[in-house]
Write a protein that binds this ligand. Structure first.
Ligand code: PFF
Length: 447
């Protein structure tokens, strides 16, 4: 058996885990879901879920991963031998498979804009024209499928190369660049005429719009943006040396993630209001708004290209983690098999994702449970599979791991106090399971 690779530094791990967390969830999904769910109220509920569920669960996955130092499936087998708990890892693999199948569609949309911006196809249009150019482009099935395929090819290349070289290197350049470009974007957006409407939309909560669906979506979003509930973070932390602090890592990832969510909100909503666009436009929202904000900046297209490149990186580092967890289980950590399986699984995901890519063209009239194929895949992953996986992980940690062993693992390399540990354990053992079940039953109309 080859020796398992490890991240060379704490920074390498943080960047890779943060790379998995920060992606389309914060930048593309948050603005569009908040836009459909009343803005500020959604933001507050999302933040509450992030602190009482997302963060504790992230720490739970880190603890499992570093205790077991195995992949998503074998970690469970190692901690609870001869039981079926490893099913959580398999569920995570299935979830990531479906997730990447539609995630890559949006990744493809970024590539479309990148090509258009570089070739000068986006100069000097009005916001309405940008929106219609975009709609027109994604209505072309060949274009949608080609760019989705390119996005998956990038993902396969990196995962086939292996954890250390591929993911760590790619992650270490993109975070600072992303933050700087976002700050520029926010400054432009909040100084537009009429920006105030967007700022109050984001920060003045209107709880009258909150329904059980809003609450479920805010919960799902808190899992989605932190990549929890699918054993990805178990896989990543299994590569982490023992002397690194898990609580510190979890806090910094949550902090960065919230920062990007806020920056995205502050870039998008002021612009939406200023340009008179609809905040509830759905998955296309970001793609309608972005080019218009950039076109209002000096050297706008240059900034737009730079932004799209880091945005693409952010999406890719998340995509790597989805493919990585599947490949690391199937290839059992053997480098030679990794390459082959990265290709096989990657292509299978592309094929499965074809209907999602065509949801805006050939299959635009096709609906199931009142949703397009794309929306159905997204909804199933974000609001059913991820919460369910998170629930199982919380139960697993509470019933299958010894409290003393959990504290030992969390204490390595960190000065976590017993009282803080206790709060975490209480959240995982009682609050997480009760809340997740309550929210899911609420949506089913049980109460
Ligand atoms: N956290 C990623 C994002 O916000 O874009 C999405 C994600 C990545 C979810 C990896 C789950 C996962 F395993």
């Amino acid at each position: 058996m080859e020796q398992r690779e490890q991240f060379t530094t704490r920074l390498g791990f943080i960047l890779a885990a943060a790379g998995s967390a920060i992606g389309l969830g914060a930048i593309w999904k948050f603005p569009y879901i908040a836009g459909q769910n009343g803005g500020g109220a959604f933001l507050i509920i999302f933040l509450i879920f992030t602190f009482i569920l997302g963060l504790p669960l992230l720490l739970a996955e880190f603890t499992i991963g570093r205790t077991a130092q195995q992949d998503a499936v074998n970690s469970f087998k190692h901690i609870a031998p001869k039981t079926k708990w490893y099913g959580i890892g398999i569920l995570g693999m299935v979830t990531c498979f479906i997730l990447l199948s539609f995630y890559s569609v949006i990744g493809g949309w970024i590539i479309i804009y990148l090509i258009k911006a570089i070739t000068g196809g986006l100069n000097g249009l009005s916001s309405q024209q940008y929106a219609s150019v975009f709609e027109h482009t994604i209505a072309n099935p060949v274009v949608s499928l080609s760019v989705q395929f390119i996005f998956i090819l990038f993902t396969i290349f990196v995962v086939a190369k292996g954890v250390q070289k591929g993911i760590e290197r790619a992650s270490s350049i993109m975070m600072p660049a992303l933050t700087i470009l976002f700050i520029i974007l926010v400054i432009r957006a909040i100084t537009l005429d009429g920006a105030a409407g967007g700022i109050s939309f984001l920060f003045q909560p209107d709880f009258s719009k909150v329904t059980s669906k809003t609450i479920l979506e805010a919960m799902g979003q808190s899992f989605f943006t932190l990549s929890v509930g699918v054993s990805v973070m178990i896989t990543y932390s299994s590569y982490l040396p023992k002397q690194q602090s898990l609580p510190k890592s979890a806090f910094s990832i949550v902090g960065m993630n919230i920062a990007i969510v806020l920056l995205a909100g502050l870039a998008i909503f002021p612009a939406v209001f200023s340009f008179g666009l609809a905040p509830d436009a759905g998955p296309v929202l970001l793609f309608h708004v972005l080019p218009t904000i950039f076109s209002q900046l000096p050297f706008g297209m240059v900034f737009f290209v730079a932004f799209l490149i880091v945005f693409l990186f952010a999406a890719l580092t998340s995509a790597f983690s989805m493919l990585e967890i599947i490949v690391s289980v199937i290839s059992k950590g053997e480098q030679a098999k990794r390459k082959k399986w990265a290709w096989i699984i990657g292509i299978a995901i592309f094929i499965f994702g074809v209907p999602s890519a065509l949801s805006y063209s050939l299959l635009s009239d096709f609906t199931l449970f009142d949703k397009s194929f794309f929306d159905l895949a997204d909804y199933t992953v974000s609001n059913i599979l991820m919460p369910f996986g998170s629930l199982l992980i919380a139960v697993f940690v509470s019933v299958k791991m010894k409290k003393s062993a959990l504290f030992e693992e969390l204490k390595r390399g960190s000065k976590i106090k017993y009282s803080v540990f206790h709060v975490w354990f209480f959240l995982i053992r009682y609050i997480a399971p009760i809340l997740i079940v309550a929210v899911m039953l609420d949506v089913l109309g049980v109460w």
